[in-house]
Design a protein around this ligand. Structure first.
Ligand code: SF4
Length: 256
């Protein structure tokens, strides 16, 4: 199975070559978000383990040496911090495709763990998900399998911010369920001091309808004073994936 996909056009990261450090056939995640583009979580997992070897990754990366990209991004069909050998996998990428900055999209669920925060600190950009203002909406929207409570996850993100001098972005997905919580979520963002807030709404096929551009604009107003980008106004570069099928498996539509 391919561990590398894309490059994809990302409104957050430009031309992004994807690395899937878990690479199971079906989604493996510590959450089962109501808006997930990958369908229901068939492999719920809250503990880290090794899925792919650095040697296998290095060998697949050989075919991507000549690309012009902006980021190499760890994401895919899973929560990437579930890979217990993230450190070895990032080293494999740096040895094979030198010079490109590394990013990771995490759902934040394991950030209370110091070991996970240590691994996340290997990246140039960390995009951490926060979709709720409280435990109740966290349970409703993210449907977690981890034992950490919402406030413990937020504390993990806060600790990471203290430890991490590179770019930390918060991704906040807005749907009808949390639309009325924008003010509280903006307060959380202010306390966490990210370098950027990414306001999102599900534009790819999924069971949840997206909020409209007007609704996202209204939400953005409550984030005044923070550096905000949003999914409707973010620019997407022109880029074509090397393997369309492997890319579509992780990104049901390529824009976004
Ligand atoms: S964290 Fe990401 S992959 Fe996991 S269920 Fe939520 S949206 Fe899907």
């Amino acid at each position: 199975m391919s561990l590398v996909y894309g490059p994809v056009p990302s409104w957050r990261l430009g031309r992004s070559l994807g690395i899937d450090p878990v690479s199971t056939r079906y989604k493996t995640c510590s959450f089962d978000c109501i808006y997930c583009q990958l369908g229901r979580t068939r492999h719920p997992l809250a503990e880290r383990k090794v899925f792919v070897s650095p040697q296998a990754l290095k060998s697949q990366l050989e075919g991507f040496r000549d690309l012009q990209i902006d980021y190499i991004t760890f994401s895919g069909m899973a929560e990437p911090t579930l890979a217990a050998n993230l450190q070895q996998l990032t080293a494999a990428v740096k040895e094979t495709l030198r010079g490109w900055p590394l990013a990771i999209l995490t759902n934040s669920s394991l950030m209370p763990s110091p070991g996970v925060r240590r691994d996340l600190a290997l990246f140039d950009v960390v995009v951490a998900k926060v979709d709720a203002p409280n435990q109740e909406l966290f349970a409703q929207i993210n449907r977690p399998f981890v034992n950490y409570l919402f406030h413990e996850i937020l504390e993990g993100v806060r600790c990471f911010r203290e430890e991490f001098a590179s770019k930390l972005a918060l991704q906040m997905m807005f749907v009808e369920a949390n639309r009325g919580s924008a003010t509280e979520m903006a307060e959380i963002a202010r306390r966490l001091r990210p370098d950027e807030v990414q306001l999102n709404t599900p534009l790819r096929p999924c069971p949840m309808p997206p909020l409209s551009p007007t609704q996202i604009d209204q939400i953005e107003e409550t984030f005044e004073g923070l550096n905000v980008i949003n999914v409707y106004t973010g620019e997407r570069p022109e880029v074509a994936p090397v393997d369309v099928a492997e890319t579509r498996r992780r990104r049901p539509e390529q824009e976004g």
